[in-house]
Design a binder for this molecule. Sequence first.
Ligand SMILES: C[C@H](C(=O)O)C(=O)SCCNC(=O)CCNC(=O)[C@H](O)C(C)(C)COP(=O)(O)OP(=O)(O)OC[C@H]1O[C@@H](n2cnc3c(N)ncnc32)[C@H](O)[C@@H]1OP(=O)(O)O
Ligand SMILES: [Co+2]
Length: 153
Amino acid sequence: MKLQLLDHIAIAARTLDEGSAPYLALGLTPEGADEHMAAQGAWIRAFRIGDTLIELLAPDSEDSTIAKFLEKKGPGLHHTAYRVENIEAAMGEMREAGAPLLNDAPQAGRAGSRVAFLHPKWGQGTLIELVEHGHGAQKHVPEQPDLRAGGIH
Ligand SMILES: C[C@H](C(=O)O)C(=O)SCCNC(=O)CCNC(=O)[C@H](O)C(C)(C)COP(=O)(O)OP(=O)(O)OC[C@H]1O[C@@H](n2cnc3c(N)ncnc32)[C@H](O)[C@@H]1OP(=O)(O)O
Ligand SMILES: [Co+2]
C-alpha cells in the first residue's frame, strides 16, 4: 500500500469556535462550511495548509464519541489521516496484515471522502484514519463549484 500524503490531523475541541482560536491566530482560515457528520457524532471545521488539513472535531451531543474522548483526555490530538488511492484495497491489505480495522466497510467522510479507522492502541496511542478522495478531488475541492464558470446556464 502506498500512502499518498498526510491528509489531515484532527484535533478534538469542546466547540469549533474554541478549537479554532489558535489556528485563526496562526493565520489560517476555515475552508468551506462546517460539516455535521451525525454518524461520527461530530461537527467538523477544516483549515488548509498546502495539501494537508487541520480538522477540528467538536461533539454534537453528550453521547458522541468525541464527547467521550474529551471527557477522558481533554482537548487534543484525536487522529492522523493518511490518503490512499483506493480505500477497499488499503483495507484489504490492512486486514491481511492483521491490523485492527474498526470498520468492515468504508464510512462516509468529510467532503465526500470515504474513510476507515485503525485502533489507537495499535497506532501507538494514535487513532489512524485511511482516506480516499474521489477522482479529481485530490487537491482543493470547492464546496460549491461555480457552475457559471463551466458555461452551464
Ligand atoms: C469522518 C471524519 C473525516 O475525517 O472525514 C472523521 O475523522 S470523524 C472522527 C470521529 N470518528 C471516529 O473516531 C471513529 C473511530 N473511532 C472509534 O471507533 C472509537 O472512538 C474508538 C474505537 C477509537 C474508541 O472507542 P471506545 O468505545 O473503545 O472508547 P474508549 O474510550 O473505551 O477507548 C478505548 C481506549 O482507546 C483510547 N482512545 C479512544 N479514542 C482515542 C483516540 N482518538 N486517540 C487515542 N486514544 C484513544 C481510550 O483512551 C482508551 O484507552 P485506555 O484503554 O487506555 O483507557
Ligand atoms: Co478525520
